[in-house]
Design a protein around this ligand. Sequence first.
Ligand code: ITT
Ligand code: MG
Length: 203
Amino acid sequence: MTRAEGERWVIASSNAGKLAEFRDLLGDGGPACVPQAELGVVDAEETGLTFIENALIKARHAARATGLPALADDSGLCVDALDGAPGLYSARYAGGHGDAAANIAKLLAALKARPDAGRRARFVAVIAWLRHPLDPQPVVAQGVWHGCILERPRGAGGFGYDPVFQPDGHDCSAAELPPALKNRLGHRGQALLALRRQLLDLA
Ligand SMILES: O=P(O)(O)OP(=O)(O)OP(=O)(O)OC[C@H]1O[C@@H](n2cnc3c(O)ncnc32)[C@H](O)[C@@H]1O
Ligand SMILES: [Mg+2]
């Protein structure tokens, strides 16, 4: 990010995989980005009914707790044959929060015997940036990454559902892509690029 050099932003996420992607994508030279846990911020309750609402809830919570501008991501995997599930509830699809192996097992069971056409899916990320907790003009951007769900996990990179997501145009899972490539092509990278453009327009 080029905006506001010397400034500090709080990253309103506790997901280590997301934080690694943010570190790579935000790069050097812009505002210093500090994960919320380093500032003692506990997770917000994600009570929204959309990715947009949850991204705003998380950013507002971290901005209020720290007094810093805040950047939050709410994201998930939406599978066509499951009417968009796990969607908003991707992190806790199998019950416990962030249990990737259990989430993947549940997803593969739900798609068992589905032919290719029924395995279409997309990753969605909404990123929200707030100047302060009562900011009436948040900057919000969305990224979508299309692909399909593999029959079994492949690869050890990335996080979450990456081992079972095959992005369109690639013959491997997202967990097998070099991290820099996943970050550039993926939903989070797309959303951050769109956010960056909006911030530059505002500058
Ligand atoms: O709310 P924070 O603290 O940011 O962390 P979280 O993991 O709870 O994040 P979400 O509430 O946005 O839930 C997103 C879930 O969607 C999945 N997901 C999102 N982006 C992903 C990606 O790039 N690769 C794999 N899975 C992803 C993964 O299961 C995440 O836990
Ligand atoms: Mg969450």
